[in-house]
Design a protein around this ligand. Structure first.
Ligand SMILES: [Zn+2]
Ligand SMILES: [Zn+2]
Length: 77
């Protein structure tokens, strides 16, 4: 069983999980500077200051450079 770490949904195959990861937005942040998506936990250590986990990217600040991916899409659910 393969489980998505973002939303805890389980999948029969690794491929199914890979496909799901592309669409899973649960708990993800998008960095507008480099376009990278990552887990919210990867961008903050104290839950207060957020910065892009990419070493070569200067993006920081929730709702400044980093946006919650799910927040944009919740209207469609
Ligand atoms: Zn997921
Ligand atoms: Zn970035």
């Amino acid at each position: 069983m393969h489980t998505c770490r973002n939303c805890n949904q389980s999948f029969q195959t690794e491929l199914a999980l890979e496909l799901h990861r592309d669409t899973c937005t649960n708990g993800q942040l998008l960095c507008e500077v480099c376009g990278e998506r990552f887990q919210e936990g990867a961008a903050t250590e104290d839950g207060w200051h957020y910065e892009c986990p990419n070493d070569d990217c200067d993006g920081d600040g929730l709702e400044q450079d980093l946006y919650r991916v799910g927040a944009v899409r919740t209207a469609t659910q």
